[in-house]
Every structure is written in C-alpha cells, then in structure tokens.
Design a protein around this ligand. Structure first.
Ligand code: SF4
Length: 103
C-alpha cells in the first residue's frame, strides 16, 4: 500500500483494487461511490470521506470478507441500492439497513 500510494494518481481506492486483483492481498476496502453510498445508508459509517469510511468498514467486517466486500457493494449498488431510486421494497438486506428502518 505505501509503495502504491507514492505513484502519481494512485489513491487508497485504486491501491486497494491493485492489491486485491493483482496481488491477492485484501487488507482494506476500495471505497467507491457504491461503497460510500451504501455504507452511509445502511449505517456502517456516518463519515463522508472514503478513507474514514474504509477505516469504519475495517473495524466491523471480518477480515476474511474484505476480499469480497467491494464486489458486493458494486453489485448491490448497481442492481438494488441504486443511487437515485433504491429498490428498498425488494432489497434482501433491508432488515439490516438504518435508512430503511428510519423511513
Ligand atoms: S433497504 Fe434500500 S437504502 Fe437500504 S440497502 Fe436496501 S436498497 Fe439500499
């Protein structure tokens, strides 16, 4: 991670993707727009900065799930928890969602 962050244009999101997809190392979470939105909606993090959201996710997620979590966020964000019109009525994790409980 520290070596990748020295490269121009590489932040933690890209570095986490490279570490996971190229080297098979999952020590963090690539917080993209889907991970950020869903983490805030579900109540995993109240932070707005990706780096802080990542730290909140690392605290609550079992380490062996880190390799899968970004893919799950992207899949869920593209298919169910879409940005402008989340499909809460068919969401399979709504019982765990802070936003849904507060409706
Ligand atoms: S219940 Fe709605 S807001 Fe919560 S994760 Fe599901 S789709 Fe997103």
């Amino acid at each position: 991670m520290s070596d990748l962050l020295t490269l121009a244009g590489v932040g933690r999101k890209s570095a986490n993707v490279i570490l996971l997809e190229v080297y098979g190392i999952a020590n963090g979470v690539a917080v993209d727009t889907h991970a950020k939105r869903i983490s805030n909606l579900m109540g995993f993090s109240s932070q707005k900065e990706p780096e802080k959201i990542e730290q909140d996710l690392i605290k609550i997620l079992p380490h062996d799930l880190l390799k899968d979590v970004n893919h799950l966020f992207v899949w869920h964000g593209r298919n169910t928890c879409v940005a402008r019109n989340p499909k809460c009525d068919v969401c399979t994790v709504k019982e765990f969602c802070k936003s849904f409980k507060n409706k």
